[in-house]
Design a protein around this ligand. Structure first.
Ligand code: FAD
Length: 400
């Protein structure tokens, strides 16, 4: 990670003289949501500190689909040019029969309005955000694990208490400490699905392919420098721990998809390093804020990955939170407005991801009917699919 070397400032960047100027903001978590929030608050003149538990800001080796709705806030923060250099512009999404290898439908992602739909490596997005945040004056403290936080936003680090900021933001992901501080403990449940994730060396066209089979699906899309991102999901009763760092053997992974079509198997056979995790459903938090603290991203609303929106929603949250605070001297009112603007949209996206978990895995007659419908829409009215997704991809939080 080389935060100091690259300057990201462009004329797009918004510099406000709003209420964030001079505010002291502490952000717990230096992931995609936390760093976007850090940048957005710093652009408004806030004095921002990010506390990250890891010894260095690193990211898992996996790809990310950055949709127009997630790219819009990043563009408003001045990052369009660097995103353009780091990512691949997506052309199409192609639902594919994983048993035969036949393409079922083609949906043209270049018809979406606004920022392009992009494929990029998570580490590259983190690098871009970190560089921009450091350029904007954000203080980053790595190796700073928060061990306690209360509903007033008071933070305790492993080696003692931390001076209280005007605003504390919990961007501490799936296992957030601030979410239970605001909401009490909530139980997640295992979805009876596990997911493997891998990156292989493979040149592919700029297409997201969703390979669908009964009880399973695989999503593949290219990354820069001749890499292909693979996420493969299977229904099964026993579960793996929730987390991104559990390894599995390539042989066990390949065996789980051994009966699928030769084109897909040829890709999966190239995998030499694979992670496995159990997919859980978590309730969306009821309270996203206190008087002087707020949560965002996975801390507020973890989602299944089947709409590829978790990071996009975290970016939207971060931008909206900073904007609401910038526009109001009354912080509690700004935080309430933030939740009011965000919650219904997030719930809708999460419901969409939950529905895809079912639709991708159909069997028998329902599978046949679903594929026939996709084929028909693709031939007769190819714009219909994307129009139906306009509420998601066409939403631009920077216009609010
Ligand atoms: C397989 C898979 C594929 C995905 N693909 C996509 C996709 O294509 N598009 C998309 O939009 N989303 C995708 N997502 C979802 C997306 O990755 C997450 O929703 C997103 O990373 C959430 O960002 P976040 O900043 O809220 O949390 P995180 O990325 O989890 O960051 C939290 C940060 O907080 C730090 N932290 C945690 N606890 C503490 C503590 N106590 N003290 C200090 N620091 C702490 C962590 O170390 C971490 O750096 C995918 C998810 C999965 C599992």
């Amino acid at each position: 990670m080389n935060a100091a070397k690259r300057s990201t400032a462009t004329t797009e960047a918004r510099h406000s003289a709003g209420h964030n100027a001079g505010r002291r903001v502490t952000i717990v978590g230096g992931g995609i949501g936390g760093l976007t929030a850090a940048l957005a608050f710093a652009r408004g003149g806030a004095d921002v500190t990010v506390l990250e538990q890891a010894a260095a800001i690193t990211e898992v080796g996996a790809g990310l689909q950055l949709a127009p709705n997630g790219a819009a806030p990043l563009g408003a923060l001045g990052l369009t040019n660097v995103l353009h250099m780091a990512g691949i512009r997506a052309q199409r999404v192609e639902p594919t029969d994983a048993l035969t290898g036949r393409t079922i439908a083609q949906f043209d992602l270049t018809r979406l309005t606004g920022q392009p739909y992009r494929f990029l490596h998570r580490a590259e997005l983190i690098d871009i955000l970190l560089t921009a945040a450091c350029d904007a004056g954000v203080t980053l403290r790595t190796g700073a694990k928060v061990v306690g936080v209360d509903a007033a936003g008071a933070i305790t680090l492993a080696h003692g208490a931390m001076p209280q900021a005007d605003l504390t933001v919990g961007a501490d992901g799936l296992h957030s400490l601030m979410r239970p501080a605001l909401n009490g403990e909530a139980k997640a449940f295992f979805t009876r699905q596990v997911a493997w994730r891998a990156v292989i060396a493979h040149d592919a066209p700029p297409v997201a392919r969703i390979w669908m089979a009964p009880g399973r699906h695989v999503v593949t899309y290219p990354l820069t420098r001749g890499r292909l991102n693979i996420v493969a999901v299977r229904e099964q009763d026993d579960w793996s721990p929730e987390g991104w760092t559990n390894t599995d053997t390539p042989a066990a992974f390949q065996a789980a998809f051994a009966d699928l079509c030769p084109d897909l198997r040829a890709l999966l056979d190239k995998v030499t390093d694979v992670r496995l995790w159990g997919l859980f459903r978590h309730p969306v938090a009821a309270r996203w804020h206190g008087e002087a603290c707020a949560i965002l991203g996975d801390a507020a609303h973890p989602t299944l990955p089947f709409l590829a929106q978790g990071a996009n929603l975290a970016i939207e949250d971060a931008y909206v939170l900073a904007t609401c605070c910038d526009r109001s001297a009354d912080l509690p009112a700004a935080l309430a407005r933030y939740q009011a603007l965000r919650r219904d949209r997030v719930v809708r996206a999460i419901n969409g991801a939950n529905a895809n978990a079912v639709n991708y895995h159909l069997a028998g007659l329902r599978r046949f009917a679903s594929h026939a419908a996709l084929r028909a829409v693709s031939r007769v009215s190819p714009g219909l699919f994307l129009r139906r997704m306009d509420w998601l991809y066409g939403h631009d939080v920077t216009r609010g």
